[in-house]
Design a protein around this ligand. Structure first.
Ligand SMILES: [Zn+2]
Length: 106
């Protein structure tokens, strides 16, 4: 077992867990009920944590989480079409002008 990440919100950490499970990576939460013990320990130490069952999944799981974090931070970054050079709003997955799909940097 290995700790993957933590977050200050149960919604976020549950979202990450669902992502991993959907990819076939067994994952579980710790400190799920952190709210009830707040005040007794420093806040940061009781953030809900996401753990994985198999250490071998660690690298892949981390990549999935990083991708999810990036998507959250820049949900609508504008992008430039590689085909026609048109500027597109971030919410469009394909160029509005020529229909070419957005190229995602990995
Ligand atoms: Zn285009």
């Amino acid at each position: 077992m290995k700790k993957l990440t933590s977050a200050d919100s149960l919604v976020t950490i549950n979202h990450y867990k669902n992502l991993l499970v959907a990819e076939g990576i067994p994952a579980f939460l710790k400190n799920e009920h952190f709210g009830s013990i707040m005040g007794e320990v420093p806040f940061q130490e009781v953030w809900p944590e996401l753990w994985i069952e198999n250490d071998l999944d660690y690298d892949r799981a981390l990549q999935l989480i990083d991708a999810a974090k990036l998507a959250e931070e820049s949900p609508s970054a504008p992008w430039k079409c590689s085909q026609c050079g048109e500027e597109n709003e971030g919410q469009f997955a394909a160029c509005w002008n020529c229909g070419v799909a957005q190229e995602v940097d990995v």
